[in-house]
Design a protein around this ligand. Sequence first.
Ligand code: G16
Length: 543
Amino acid sequence: LSSDTIRQLSDLHPKPDIKFQYGTAGFRTVATVLDSVLFRVGILAGLRSKKLDGKTIGVMVTASHNPEEDNGVKLVDPRGEMLESSWEAHATTLSNASTTDDFIQVLETFVQTAKIDLSKPSRVVYARDTRPSGPALIAALEDGFKAIGVDAHDAGVTTTPILHYLVRAINTKGTPESYGEDSEEGYFLKLSEAYKKLVAGRATPEPLLLDCANGVGADAAKKLSKYLGDKLPIVLTNTAIGTPGALNNACGADYVKTSQKLPPSLSNLLKPGQRGCSLDGDADRLMYFHLDERGQFRMLDGDKIAALVAAFIVELVKGAGLEEHIKVGVVQTAYANGASTKYLADRLPVKCVPTGVKHLHHAAEHYDVGVYFEANGHGTVLFSPSTQEMLSQHQPSTPAQSTALNHLINLTQVINQTVGDALSDMLLVEVVLSHKSYSGIEWDSLYTDLPNRLVKVKVADRNIFRTEDAERRLVSPVGLQDKIEGLVRRYEGGRSFVRPSGTEDVVRVYAEAVLRPQADELAFRVAGLVYDETGGDPASRPR
Ligand code: G16
């Protein structure tokens, strides 16, 4: 380590008096305090690459669904997956060293204990979303690259899933596992070509209304739309990338999921019977919706996407004559609507894991085909390497089997298997709707959601909340779980859980019950319990 260069550059990025944590989706907080974190992440990314023999690592600067004033950064491992969890702790430790001296000492110890050969090359590809704080944070990140001598490639302003795609494409280039051309254009080509094959010969669908959350998804969707041409007419809205304060504001996937409402900006645009969907701030989440026969807003969330997609894949696997060889499974979190879990578990193996794509992704890898979606619309489908191999080798016995097999192969291409990808998921949903001749109404009627409510509680210290059983039970603060269960018992079909957010400084409370007013009441009463437990300003007590 040339500690002189690191020292000089580190002095330009002093750490504020704040405790940082690499959480559910990397570091994420108000952008103004993140400068030192970005510098240090630049160094860490370089070290991760060296440790992995010069493989390319990804760095994405985004705060996704969070408000515009937040920002964040997450690392992407060589196969396009989230950073290996043991390194999350290293990221946290490095980010919290208080002075340049401390930082260099922690760094040297880390290089020794992790046995990193500094003579190896290091390569990183990085990108950011549209947040105004992005350019300054990227400059800090680049200082980190400079400090450790990274061969860095700037992918500019793009979506999180495109960055994940690029990482995998770069690392598999020229190998039998090649994931596609290592460029944004390569991504759009791969997805759009597969989509066109899957809908060949089918009627052009009614236009899809796409809410881009005034974020980076607007640019990407515009480009994708050109590749799709008239195969999928898309009406883009909330594309005001340059308007201060517009990002995720009363629009986007998180707004739709949490408020269970149509973004007000869409109210004059969405016509009864029309399909609409919302991206989030970095286009890795997708929520669908439609207006039913009575003009009522109906949300088609990640659970509904999982149900739609899993059933379709099972049908194709059977159609291809592969049901004895390929087992499809689903992964959800505690937020999955109880009705969706019942619907899926009656048909397929279903596993529940803690929040965070990395947990779902790893669990999904245990199936031949693993469909994973968080209720908030974050998810994808994984085809195991042996399943992909089987699909390419299988000899179908009938023309019908051959068609089903080709559809499965094309699905492996339209789906971004590195991470949840709103645009890829949108194409996937559109394929299934087209094949099934479903409108939003038929899709929605697969099962009826139990009424549910999600609320946030601002507490003094969310770290006192600890959970077990895939976040379905609180173990700390002691005694609170019993109180929650006491409340839940009073509600028909009641279910509720409490967990600390990994991306916002809040505790989240989820509740569902058979009747809407009861789900709301249960959520607010549990939130009240949480609030009483931790104390705080009575004016902000949830009610
Ligand atoms: C991130 C994670 C998701 C998670 C969400 C909310 O999404 O990638 O897996 O569901 O945060 O997490 P929490 O409830 O812990 O705040 P995104 O879209 O913001 O990157």
